[in-house]
Write a protein that binds this ligand. Structure first.
Ligand code: PMV
Length: 361
């Protein structure tokens, strides 16, 4: 798939009545991290993620009749309220993809969206939000122009569109594990869209991800700013090489069911992401003292108990604790009695391996 696969069409005549479509789409957690971009939202290195199950955005997009063509017109609602900041980001995205969907300036748009996870709980919602919106746009496009795509072509197109909104969003379109970014370890992989990983040992479909909340506040440096700070980073070449190797090794661990290898790559990637932040020219740190305490404790507990637990970090201070279904009881005990002992409210969000977006009729 290339940019020229989307020539885009205009509506032959104005809409006579509103047309709505609703999709729910999950967030995902990167295991090999995308950090640094180039061109039209292309990754500088391959990444590999697990689609989640509970952190979901539900989006209803309505195209309404409009008499004359003009700039993109968006009426944006988040959790039942108009939200200027989110609306502005969504509008900017829609304007930026007008070349792909020229009809966007021939209709009025109403976007109603809500998340099934608490707002400001330290979960990145851009992956679920942009993947849900991309699916809605592709569904409307199909309906307007009678485009017939099979399931895989449709998801790939939505992945391509989601990427233009938020890079990591392109990985949310598929169940389970997904790779975004060209890598020789996975034939068919691409910088333009994500592809599902098909060879996965059943043990990895039992993965749980409990997010231990260290701080719910908005982070001081956004992901987009973080990507910018990778430009000219002195570790760039080594990082690209490392991400390629880690992607290949992780694919192999997923295929063979190798938990030890999985754990060592996942933690190496989390440490690398934060090391890249700290060592950029304008260095910054998103980990907090409590983040460091928890991740150190996870490593100790793994040694002491032999449990297959490990952590990963997103671009923020909260810790994603990864573990397998067969050890869920022991791990939950450790979470409450040990890992969250400094967290008075025991704040955490339980999530797990997910099966991907669903269209809601
Ligand atoms: O998709 P963005 O631009 O929000 O960047 C996401 C970056 C990380 O979450 C840190 C890593 C990743 O691969 O998801």
């Amino acid at each position: 798939m290339t940019d020229s696969d989307f020539p885009g069409s205009k509506l032959a005549s104005a809409l006579s009545q509103p047309v709505s479509v609703t999709w729910q789409s999950p967030s995902n957690i990167a295991l090999v991290k995308y950090w640094g971009k180039t061109g039209r939202q292309l990754p500088v290195n391959p990444s590999l993620s697990m689609t989640l199950s509970n952190a979901i955005t539900v989006t209803k997009l309505t195209a309404l009749p409009r008499e004359t063509e003009g700039p993109v017109e968006l009426d944006f609602w988040f959790e039942g309220n108009q939200n200027e900041a989110f609306g502005a980001r969504m509008s900017k995205f829609l304007v930026s993809i007008n070349d792909i969907f020229p009809w966007l300036t021939q209709v009025r748009l109403k976007l109603e969206t809500h998340n099934t996870f608490p707002h400001s709980a330290g979960i990145a919602s851009s992956a679920s939000a942009f993947s849900a919106l991309a699916l809605c746009l592709c569904s409307l496009d199909n309906e307007f122009f009678n485009i017939v795509l099979d399931e895989s072509e449709f998801r790939s197109k939505a992945s391509y569109i989601a990427r233009l909104g938020s890079g990591s969003a392109c990985r949310s379109l598929f169940p389970g594990f997904t790779v975004w970014g060209k890598t020789k370890s996975l034939p068919g992989s691409s910088d333009l869209l994500a592809v599902p990983v098909s060879e996965v040992h059943p043990v990895f479909t039992t993965l749980n991800d409990t997010i231990l909340i260290v701080n719910k506040k908005e982070k001081p440096v956004s992901s987009s700013e973080g990507h910018n700070r990778m430009v000219g980073h002195s570790f760039t070449e080594a990082r690209i090489k490392q991400a390629g190797i880690n992607t290949g090794e992780l694919l192999d661990a997923l295929k063979t069911g190798n938990k030890q290898k999985f754990i060592s790559i996942v933690e190496n990637e989390a440490f690398t992401l934060h090391a890249l932040m700290m060592t950029s020219a304008d260095g910054f740190m998103l980990m907090e003292p409590e983040t460091v305490r928890i991740i150190t404790r996870v490593q100790q507990l793994r040694k002491e108990t032999g449990l297959n637990i490990c952590f990963t970090l997103d671009a923020g201070p909260n810790v994603h604790l990864l573990y397998f279904e067969d050890e869920i009881e022991q791990v939950n005990k450790l979470i409450v009695e040990d890992l969250l002992k400094n967290n008075e409210q025991n704040l955490r969000i339980n999530d797990l391996y997910g099966t991907g977006p669903i269209k809601i009729n």
